[in-house]
Design a protein around this ligand. Structure first.
Ligand SMILES: Nc1nc2c(ncn2[C@@H]2O[C@H](COP(=O)(O)OP(=O)(O)OP(=O)(O)O)[C@@H](O)[C@H]2O)c(=O)[nH]1
Length: 203
């Protein structure tokens, strides 16, 4: 497949506290591995994976941002052109969940208003260490009109599903935007999140 041989190109950016598993999710999806001794991301990292969905080639540009506060000004500049954001927290770390409103404020401030956002609770393999109940996270996601998915980068649980369903949703949106004329475009500041998935289901 040549570099230009694709039907769609989407930019997906992962955000969330340091250590929640963003890099591991990206590595699991793009390389099929769980990296041992993964160091903290410095600034922003970038990977590409092309997938085929219903006969269409979809190139996913996946940007893995550093969760550490000191990189915030660098990572913020990557929000604007993102088609989708994967807001990640760690189900074994209450603190990473409590920080979600702060991340939502960042999204509101820096992302484009058509961005598709999904909340992901990672590390579900650590059953005994769970600090955030699924129901609580689901309620939070619903209140913010976000979809919710729980994953394990370690066990490869729901990782493919996460990226592929996101790609499906982005295709659906792209097709919809093509059909729509300009006066149905969202007004500035009007957030856009996934309300449902038509070609794939997260459940
Ligand atoms: N048990 C378990 N550990 C995980 C999982 N995903 C990531 N980890 C571990 O969590 C730690 C942090 O993972 P990273 O992927 O580096 O986290 P990050 O969100 O990219 O962190 P920053 O780059 O600092 O923002 C590492 O020790 C991983 O091995 C998971 O699904 N299950």
């Amino acid at each position: 497949m040549s570099m230009e041989d694709y039907d769609y190109l989407f930019k997906i950016v992962l955000i969330g506290n340091a250590g929640v598993g963003k890099t591991c999710l990206v590595r699991r999806f793009t390389q099929g591995l769980f990296p041992p001794g993964q160091g903290a991301t410095i600034g922003v990292d970038f990977m590409i994976k092309t997938v085929e969905i219903k006969g269409e080639k979809v190139k996913l540009q996946i940007w893995d941002t550093a969760g550490q506060e000191r990189f915030r000004s660098i990572t913020q500049s990557y929000y604007r052109s993102a088609n989708a954001l994967i807001l990640t927290y760690d189900i074994t770390c209450e603190d990473s969940f409590r920080c979600l409103p702060e991340w939502l404020r960042e999204i509101e401030q820096y992302a484009n208003n058509q961005v598709v956002t999904i909340l992901v609770g990672n590390k579900i393999d650590l059953v005994e260490k769970r600090e955030v109940l699924r129901q609580r996270a689901e309620d939070f996601a619903e209140a913010q009109s976000m979809l919710y998915l729980e994953t394990s980068a370690k066990e490869s649980d729901n990782v493919e599903k996460l990226f592929l369903n996101l790609a499906c949703e982005l295709i659906r949106e792209a097709k919809q935007n093509k059909l729509d004329n300009n006066d149905t475009a969202p007004m500035p500041g009007e957030g856009k999140t996934i309300s449902y998935l038509s070609c794939c289901s997260l459940n």
